[in-house]
Design a protein around this ligand. Structure first.
Ligand code: NAD
Ligand code: TDX
Length: 340
């Protein structure tokens, strides 16, 4: 029997992982541990609410006492750490929360995990730790050149995980996923933000020339990748979970508009994100050797995703109120007024 603590399991990718694990492994006990920040959403876990092998515990990974109690009470033997502040633009406006969760929180979780004799720890990281890559593909041993406070905080969390493996002999694996999209993603990230804004016939603020390249990975493929690395990854190793679907932002935006039957005139080129990475692209070879392969190609995945936001207004309309509107104003009001 495995007792798995999934931190950040009420967020976008964490909840896809929880839904996947609860269904695929009826013999495991899955405990979602989440602070429920603005990005955490209990609605994301409604599909598993009644499952016998699922529990929810509210808590902050940077709060040592709460983490310790959860590890003890649920006899946790495995930790998968998705918990993070995850939005680059928010990290530029205010890095504090990123240091709290992505750096200090990751450290507390590792340290308590060590004290409780955790058997395996999976740290969920990102392609952003490599920074911008002009040509070719980032490999797992490439150096880190993070460019945003978010990317630097994720690099720090992952380096602490490595240190706990080397110094204390903890069994630790690391995943580095590429840009992920799909249902239940908080509508501040490119795909759900633009899809929901376009549904309402509102302007889409595309940063700079829109020629920046991201490598897109469907959320269920990301969840399956973490499952694969958790079960088969070698301790001390990091694994890229690459989408192998490189697209320019302008092309993704145009396709979202086409799928919704909306005009290209909704696109507004606005002043660029500060320190904006031009391109991310990773090699998937190492994770492929473990047996992981992405199943969704971008066209099918994007169409399914846009349809989901069309069909599930109940999910996102209640998010786009209050704090969300404050953030929208802070991030976009001046940009849209300036129109690069
Ligand atoms: P998200 O912002 O949707 O969810 C983050 C979750 O963590 C939320 O449920 C939030 O409540 C929780 N959380 C935040 N601070 C916490 C704390 N201190 N204690 C406990 N819970 C806390 O993020 P996401 O997009 O699902 O990303 C999940 C992980 O995957 C992150 O570690 C992120 O860095 C990584 N990642 C994301 C992407 C992407 O494209 N979204 C790509 C690669 C890697
Ligand atoms: O309003 C926007 N306009 C725009 O042009 C937004 C929100 C984004 N963009 C651009 C910036 C990026 O080049 O679209 C691209 C994607 O932006 P985000 O969705 O914010 O993602 P990104 O910054 O690439 O980071 C994502 O991938 C790696 C996740 O948010 C991270 O959590 C993950 O680690």
């Amino acid at each position: 029997m495995k007792n798995i603590l999934v931190t950040g399991g009420a967020g976008f990718i964490g909840s896809a992982f929880v839904r996947h694990m609860v269904e695929r492994y009826p013999d495991y006990n899955i405990v979602c541990f989440d602070k429920l920040t603005y990005a955490g959403n209990i609605d994301n876990l409604l599909p598993v609410d009644d499952a016998e092998n699922y529990r929810f515990e509210r808590g902050d990974i940077a709060d040592r006492a709460t983490v310790s109690r959860a590890l003890r009470d649920y006899c946790v033997d495995t930790v998968v750490n998705f918990a993070a502040e995850s939005h680059v633009d928010r990290s530029i406006l205010d890095p504090d929360a990123f240091i709290h969760t992505d750096v200090v929180g990751a450290y507390i979780l590792l340290d308590e995990g060590r004290k409780h004799g955790i058997e395996r720890f999976c740290q969920v990281s990102t392609d952003e730790v490599y920074g911008d890559i002009d040509i070719g593909l980032s490999l797992e041993d490439d150096r880190f050149l993070p460019n945003s406070p978010y990317a630097a905080s994720k690099a720090a969390g992952e380096l602490m995980a490595r240190a706990y493996c080397v110094t204390y002999g903890m069994d630790i694996v690391i995943t580095r996923g590429s840009n992920t999209y799909g249902p239940y993603q908080y509508p501040e990230k490119l795909v759900p933000f633009f899809a929901t804004e376009a549904i309402d016939h509102r302007p889409l603020p595309l940063y700079g020339d829109g020629e920046q390249i991201r490598d897109w990975l469907y959320v269920d493929d990301h969840a399956r990748g973490v499952d694969c690395v958790l079960h088969f990854g070698v301790s001390g190793e990091a694994y890229n979970l690459a989408g192998e679907n490189q697209r320019a932002n302008i092309d993704v935006t145009t396709r979202i508009l086409e799928l919704l039957g909306k005009p290209a005139s909704l696109i507004r080129h606005v002043p660029d994100r500060e320190g904006h990475d031009r391109r991310y692209a990773m090699s998937a070879e190492k994770a492929r050797a473990l047996g992981w392969r992405r199943q969704f190609d971008f066209d099918a995945g994007l169409e399914a995703t846009v349809r989901w936001y069309q069909d599930n207004e109940w999910w996102w309309r209640k998010i786009k109120t209050g704090e969300y509107l404050e953030y929208y104003k802070r991030q976009y009001a001046e940009r849209l007024a300036a129109q690069a």
